[in-house]
Design a protein around this ligand. Structure first.
Ligand SMILES: [Zn+2]
Length: 76
């Protein structure tokens, strides 16, 4: 039995399939066009073009940050 829990990903920019796992500051674009940086997000970096793809944990962190930022905007 094979488990296919982690399917291979490919880079949306260059279709590369080799990635380096790292933790980095991820630039997040807000709906109003502003850009904020989320610190220490787990990503896979394309070794070819250096495009950053958040891991599952990384995108969860970005979602939480996005929700926090949205609350700030709503509260002001
Ligand atoms: Zn790439």
């Amino acid at each position: 039995m094979r488990s296919a829990t982690s399917k291979p990903i490919s880079c949306p920019q260059c279709q590369g399939t080799t990635f380096t796992r790292k933790t980095t500051t991820y630039p997040m674009r807000l709906p109003d066009g502003r850009q904020v940086h989320v610190g220490r997000v787990a990503v896979q970096e394309c070794t070819h073009c250096h495009h950053l793809i958040p891991t599952k944990a990384g995108s969860e962190k970005i979602s939480r940050a996005m929700a926090a930022v949205a609350q700030l905007f709503l509260g002001s």
